[in-house]
Design a protein around this ligand. Structure first.
Ligand code: NAI
Ligand code: MG
Length: 352
């Protein structure tokens, strides 16, 4: 069958890693799974020309696609909050992609700052609440006071019972399908007595429907330490928008580099297209040099294949990446000398 994919490379290394991921996808698909690509030139260059990060009817243009394959957004010429909200968050929120999954994957042959880097038992997934929480965009600035040193800004978090419940059910379902049936909830209810207490209460209530899944709850600061010192018993970790944003970067750094981490922004009801993107940003410091690590984008392509209903092809891609890193074909951020193209063609060769 034919799937329509929207590619949005956007800024910096986004173009390089999206090209890499597309090459792998085109190599792993064929008769039976055909991908038809449409590329969109939205991003910070588009902003310079038009004053917008994406077309005014951008969401309508994207709505008919089966999936969106995204690079990264952000460039020093545009304030980061403008570029992020104008494109990436506009798509996430516009398409109600309320579940963001970010696997923390340890690759063979890659040195990790974690002592147990070669412990293949280490493997967990961060599930991020992707529609509300600290990134709900609620608040304002007292602009009248600007320049007088007395400005006040308010940035509120929004936690709804239904928003908490759906992300927790999603995380429990994911945990239930894994070998280690455990879900850990990340909280900060000792200090944040409204939203995070609601979060905890919903977690406990939903847990009652999943007696076969072990649960525990951990304060976010302690969780940061646990990621580093005692991650062995983690399987699925559910956290709010901000907490999961930070923890997933920490998780990816623990695997060796931000460049290897993949993610999926899902609209689980499939009313709207879901979006697949590496966790990293546009990396202006290395953009255009052909040395970006494409593994995060390639892993995101595998998540897209899974979402489209092709778990075997997704597994083939992930195995090929492991073959390549085990053989020592590593990009610069992982301590090697392979270029983006070297890694990409090695992965394609290893698809088997
Ligand atoms: P970043 O992820 O772009 O870079 C952080 C560090 O990791 C840099 O040293 C970079 O060279 C390195 N790095 C990132 N991806 C890499 C890759 N694929 N291969 C090798 N090295 C890689 O984060 P930073 O510097 O904080 O932000 C840069 C821009 O990206 C900003 O405009 C920011 O707003 C945007 N951003 C966008 C995101 C998105 O589109 N999802 C996520 C995070 C940041
Ligand atoms: Mg982040």
């Amino acid at each position: 069958s034919m799937f329509r994919i929207a590619a949005i490379p956007a800024d910096g290394v986004g173009a390089e890693v999206v090209e890499a991921g597309r090459a792998v996808l085109d190599a792993v698909t064929g008769p039976g799974i055909e991908l038809s690509w449409t590329e969109f030139d939205w991003g910070c260059d588009y902003y310079a020309r038009t004053g917008r990060m994406m077309a005014e009817d951008g969401l309508e243009q994207l709505a008919g696609f089966d999936a969106i394959y995204f690079g990264a957004v952000g460039w020093p010429t545009v304030p980061d909050h403008v570029s992020l909200w104008g494109l990436r968050l506009a798509v996430c929120q516009g398409f109600d992609q309320w579940a963001n999954i970010r696997p923390v994957r340890f690759l063979p042959g890659v040195t990790s700052p974690l002592r147990k880097a070669d412990d293949t038992e280490l493997d967990w997934i961060v599930v991020r609440e992707n529609s509300e929480g600290e990134y709900a965009g609620l608040g304002g600035r007292n602009l009248a006071a600007r320049g007088r040193g007395s400005e006040v800004a308010v940035q509120s978090s929004l936690f709804t019972e239904s928003g908490c419940e759906r992300i927790m059910r999603f995380a429990f379902d994911l945990a239930r399908g894994r070998e280690r049936r455990r879900l850990t909830s990340v909280t900060k209810s000792n200090a944040q007595q409204y939203g995070m207490v609601l979060w905890d209460e919903v977690f406990e209530r939903v847990a009652a429907d999943y007696p076969d899944v072990e649960t525990d709850s951990c304060l976010v600061d302690a969780m940061a330490a646990r990621f580093v010192l005692r991650p062995e018993d983690l399987s699925v970790v559910v956290a709010s928008n901000l907490h999961a944003d930070i923890l997933s970067d920490l998780g990816s750094a623990l695997t060796g580099s931000l460049g290897t981490a993949a993610s999926a922004n899902l609209n689980p009801e499939r009313r709207f297209p879901s979006m697949f993107e590496p966790v990293h940003g546009s990396a202006p410091d290395i953009a255009g040099q052909g040395v970006a690590n494409p593994i995060g984008a390639i892993g995101s392509a595998a998540l897209m294949l899974e979402h489209l209903g092709f778990p075997d092809e997704a597994a083939r891609v992930n195995r090929a990446v492991e073959t390549v890193t085990a053989a020592g074909v590593l990009p610069r951020d992982l301590g090697g000398t392979a270029t983006t193209k070297d890694v990409t063609s090695a992965v394609i060769d290893a698809l088997g």
